[in-house]
Ligand binder design. Structure first.
Ligand code: SF4
Ligand code: SF4
Length: 478
């Protein structure tokens, strides 16, 4: 562009805007530079200026407006192509470093939302010792220079196969030591078999516990009945209490929300029961008992937006009062603590999680799936532990950057298309999110940006120090 063309008759220079998103939260105006992930709480009226400039690069603006534009790195002297940045260059699949090992595709509970269809994933079975050992050998063999590997024992209920868990831990430690690598272990359990001896075993062997816990007993029993139909909470609560006493730093709880209206009661109960070490997630469709895209009847994630806003206000208030118990209570729900972490110095995210890329689910027969939730789904097989991995390109180089609605979405640098399993259940396509999901994610990011500006740097340091804020894309993506 020539100098002449860039200037108006009044001598104003044309200013073109880089991709941006603006919103109002609690009466404050915020602007986000979506390419550079810069956010600012801006002067009242600045959003109107942006809208005028978007329509006319020569629109009037003040010196303060120009300063704001400069600080947000939004102004360009040249027209900016509509749309988001280019997709990152394709990459070759990395080694898999984290697996969920289905030692038991059967379960002693019948959770009403189980995405594994009663924990069986369409084909009930128990893993053999030979397959577990082969899995360890394969994992180490393909890991290249990666030295830290992880195994999460999964199911179904993995403690139904406790002897196999124990022998696999011993085998993996020995094999890793011989190869100059090391393993981290976790067990994802419903806690029904988590007696004192098993807790002692987990503690002695440095194995983290990820435990399904749906909050108040009446909700937990409705959602997570025993296989014989009886209530699970009497045994569960006893075991969960012992676990938090014995392994306070190595036990994490996760509530699945089956009815949106349960959310406040679940957050309240879990916050009081286990402080900050819990997460919530909305129930996802099961791919084993219907067609993908049959998410009707499931809770709408968008129903959580109102409660998220209330929680953010309560969280900020608790931080300012120094009420650590209250801070813990709210910090984890919907992981908006993670939103805060995402807003620190950073670059755009390339993937929502390690699905099919750095992580895999391993079925009881040794088949490799893109993640634990896809076990039993032939379309999501990525190889097996005997022959190794096959084509993983659609997971490693997802089309999220090139296909709508994600390609031009302002939230994409943070969200990167969401959980592929959830998308498939909700819309029938892994790479097509549901509108409700997007509404929740966008509200969550806006809430995180507001939170970022409400808290002082000292507040944030304390949150990091107390491990109340951490980025955890998926609790099973170890
Ligand atoms: S899943 Fe929705 S919110 Fe996330 S990047 Fe895609 S369109 Fe945006
Ligand atoms: S976020 Fe979804 S796709 Fe990613 S690992 Fe978790 S369940 Fe699988």
């Amino acid at each position: 562009m020539t100098e002449d063309k860039a200037m108006s008759e009044g001598g104003r220079r044309a200013l073109y805007l880089r991709p941006w998103h603006a919103f109002v939260y609690d009466g404050h105006e915020y602007v986000l530079n979506t390419g550079r992930l810069l956010t600012r709480r801006v002067r009242p009226g600045f959003i109107a200026t942006l809208e005028r400039l978007a329509a006319d690069p020569l629109a009037p603006r003040t010196d303060d407006d120009e300063l704001e534009l400069f600080q947000l790195e939004l102004a360009s002297a040249e027209p900016v192509p509509v749309g988001m940045d280019e997709a990152p260059p394709p990459r070759t699949p990395p080694p898999i470093t984290s697996i969920n090992l289905m030692v038991a595709q059967r379960c002693n509970l019948r959770c009403i939302y189980c995405y594994g269809g009663g924990g069986e994933y369409g084909d009930a079975g128990m893993m053999s010792e030979a397959t577990a050992r082969r899995t360890v050998d394969w994992l180490i063999g393909q890991a290249g220079e990666r030295t830290r590997l992880s195994i999460s024992f999964f199911g179904g209920e993995p403690l139904l196969a406790l002897p196999l868990v124990k022998s696999t831990v011993v085998y993996a430690r020995e094999a890793a030591a011989a190869a100059g690598k090391s393993f981290g272990f976790a067990v994802c359990t419903n806690a029904m078999l988590l007696d004192d001896a098993t807790i002692a075993y987990l503690k002695d062997n440095d194995i983290r516990a990820l435990v399904g816990f749906d909050g108040p007993p009446e909700i937990h029993d409705r959602n997570r009945p025993r296989a014989d139909g009886g209530p699970s909470s009497p045994v569960f609560l006893e075991h969960a209490r012992r676990l938090t006493e014995e392994m306070p730093d190595a036990a994490n709880f996760r509530a699945t929300i089956w009815r949106s209206e349960d959310l406040p009661a679940v957050v309240d109960y879990l916050g009081r029961f286990c402080g900050g070490s819990y997460q919530t997630a909305f129930a996802a469709a099961c791919l084993h008992d219907g067609e993908p895209g049959q998410g009707e009847g499931l809770p709408s994630p968008a129903d959580g937006i109102g409660f998220a806003r209330e929680s953010i206000a309560a969280f900020v208030d608790a931080v300012r009062r120094g009420d650590e118990a209250e801070v813990s209570r709210y910090a984890r729900w919907l992981d908006f603590g993670a939103a805060l972490a995402l807003l620190g110095p950073q670059r755009p995210q390339r993937a929502h999680c390690g699905v099919g890329s750095s992580m895999a689910g391993v079925g009881a027969d040794g088949t490799l799936y893109a993640c634990h939730r896809f076990v039993g789904s032939p379309e999501h097989v990525i190889g097996d532990v005997f022959a190794g991995t096959g084509d993983r390109d659609r997971f490693v180089n997802k089309p999220t950057f090139r296909t709508e609605p994600c390609a031009s979405c302002w939230a994409r640098p943070y969200c990167v298309g969401g959980c592929l399993h959830y998308n498939l259940g909700a819309t029938g396509d892994m790479f097509t999110p549901s509108d409700d999901w997007c509404r929740l994610v966008k509200a969550w990011i806006e809430g995180g940006i507001h939170l970022d500006h409400e808290l002082t740097e000292g507040d944030k340091e304390l949150l990091y120090e107390h491990k109340l804020v951490a980025r955890r894309p998926c609790p099973y993506d170890l």
